[in-house]
Structure formats: C-alpha cells, structure tokens
Ligand binder design. Structure first.
Ligand SMILES: NC(=O)c1ccc[n+]([C@@H]2O[C@H](COP(=O)([O-])OP(=O)(O)OC[C@H]3O[C@@H](n4cnc5c(N)ncnc54)[C@H](O)[C@@H]3O)[C@@H](O)[C@H]2O)c1
Length: 238
C-alpha cells in the first residue's frame, strides 16, 4: 500500500475512520472526506476534504481536490451512510425514505461517477462501496436502508462490468453488525435479535472491516470485481 493514493469518504466516524487509520498505517497517502459538520475526533488532522455525497457539485469538487492533492487517485472508499429512522414502512414518511436512499445509494452513484473516468484513464483503480447484510436479506423496520443497500449491490455489479477492461475494480463490502455509532442507533431489542443470529456470537469491529478494505484496495486484489465481500461473523449465507 506504500505508494497508494486513497480517498476515504464518511471518514470522521466508524468504519471510515478505521479505514483511514489502517491505510495510513500501511503507508498509503489518504485524504479523508466527510460532511463539514462531522465531528473529527483527531481535530481534523492530516489531509481532509469537505464532502456531501448528496450534492453532485460537492462530490465532483472533493474528488478533484483529493486527486490534485495526492497527484492522482488509486482508490476511493465510500463509507458515507445513514441508518434511519428505524420504523415500519407504513409509518415511514416519503421524505425519510428519500433522505436515506439519497445518501446511501444516490451518493454512491455520484461518488462512482466522479471517481471512475480518471481511474480508467490511468488504467488502474479500486472503488469500494459499503452495502450491508440488510441489502441481501432485508431487515424489518429498515425498508429504506435495506433497499438502499440492495441498490448498491446492483450499482457495483453494473459498474464492475463497465470498467472491467480498464484496470479498475468496483466492489462492495457487506458488513453484518459492526460496533459503530450507526449500529448503536438500532433499538436494543432488535440488536439482541440480530446478535442471536450471528454464529460467532459477537458483533464485528470497524477495524475488522478496515482490514478487509485494505486488501480490496491493494494491487494484490486484481482479479475480483463486481463482488460482495461479506463480513458478518458467519450470519450471511449467500
Ligand atoms: N455499523 C454497522 O453495523 C454497519 C453494517 C452494515 C453496513 N454499514 C455501513 O457502513 C458505512 C459506514 O457506517 P458506520 O457504521 O461506520 O457509521 P457511522 O455513523 O459511524 O459513520 C458514517 C459516516 O458517514 C458520514 N456521512 C453521513 N452522511 C453523509 C453525507 N451526506 N456526505 C458525506 N458523509 C456523510 C457521517 O458524517 C459519518 O462520519 C455506512 O454505509 C453503513 O450503512 C454499517
């Protein structure tokens, strides 16, 4: 990873933050992007860029700025996402549904559109989006979240085919339950139900997800694209 130039989005918290730390430790040059309003525990140290994945202009500007700062972009990891509100579909407002899909799915599209053409031109690139077990199985009271995460699977598989001959891989990671601020928004009773379905009997950590991402964005991961990497303590079965 020593010469890798990476942009991590959703980098102020949870999986994104762990990914920035992991990649920097491996020697990569990393620009960390998140909402201007996000709390940066390290005081926004290191290279960073403001980005709102729901805003096409902001995404274009942030990706271009990261590319300029680093002299190119070998990898983009999009960890920006929101969970809820967690509620039955019948009482979920259209505004809430569209808000969740706009960040989780439309945001992934905008990031892809901004990142991929220059990677193809350079004949090398790694793009990773974070889906979820929810996108494969569906989770009650999380219809918007589950739909947005299922959408990422289709997006990644489609983009992978478009860029397969350009030296660029596009993959998704589908975590199960990972101990981050987002997961703590899941109501406790639902957390208990989900815990009971994990063969390993524990939740995952952001560091475990970051370790997998480090592999996917490395030059070694050269023959896997359009794939969904599970990370669920054995919960996901397909
Ligand atoms: N934690 C889990 O159990 C779990 C499971 C499966 C998938 N995921 C997915 O992993 C990703 C990271 O989640 P996490 O658990 O680390 O959550 P988190 O809440 O700790 O971090 C999410 C980050 O996304 C940023 N973000 C939100 N809206 C944004 C926007 N419009 N533009 C830019 N950044 C924005 C937030 O500021 C935050 O820093 C999300 O896509 C989430 O859906 C998490």
């Amino acid at each position: 990873m020593a010469e890798s130039r990476c942009l991590v989005i959703g980098a102020a918290s949870g999986i994104g933050l762990a990914t920035v730390e992991r990649l920097r430790k491996a020697g990569a040059a990393v620009v960390a992007g998140d909402l201007p309003s996000a709390g940066w525990p390290d005081g926004n140290g290191g290279l960073s860029v403001p980005i709102d994945v729901t805003d096409a202009g902001s995404v274009q500007t942030a990706v271009a700025s990261a590319r300029k700062t680093l002299g190119g972009l070998d990898a983009v990891v999009n960890c920006a996402g929101v969970l809820g509100p967690v509620a039955p579909a019948a009482t979920t407002s259209l505004e809430d549904f569209e808000h969740i899909v706009k960040i989780n799915l439309t945001g992934a599209f905008l990031v892809s559109r901004a990142a991929l053409p220059a990677m193809a031109e350079a004949r090398y690139g790694r793009l990773v989006h974070i889906s979820s077990t929810a996108g494969k199985e569906g989770v009650a009271n999380m219809s918007a979240y589950s739909a947005s995460k299922a959408g990422i699977l289709g997006l990644v598989k489609s983009l992978a085919k478009e860029y397969a001959r350009a030296g660029v891989t596009v993959n998704a990671v589908a975590p199960g339950n990972i101990l981050t601020p987002l997961f703590l928004e899941v109501p406790e009773e639902q957390q208990r139900q989900q815990a009971a379905r994990i063969p390993m009997g524990r939740f995952g950590t952001a560091e475990e997800v970051a370790a997998l991402i480090e592999y996917i964005v490395s030059p070694d991961a050269s023959y896997t694209t359009g794939f969904v990497f599970d990370l669920s303590g054995g919960r996901a079965t397909y």
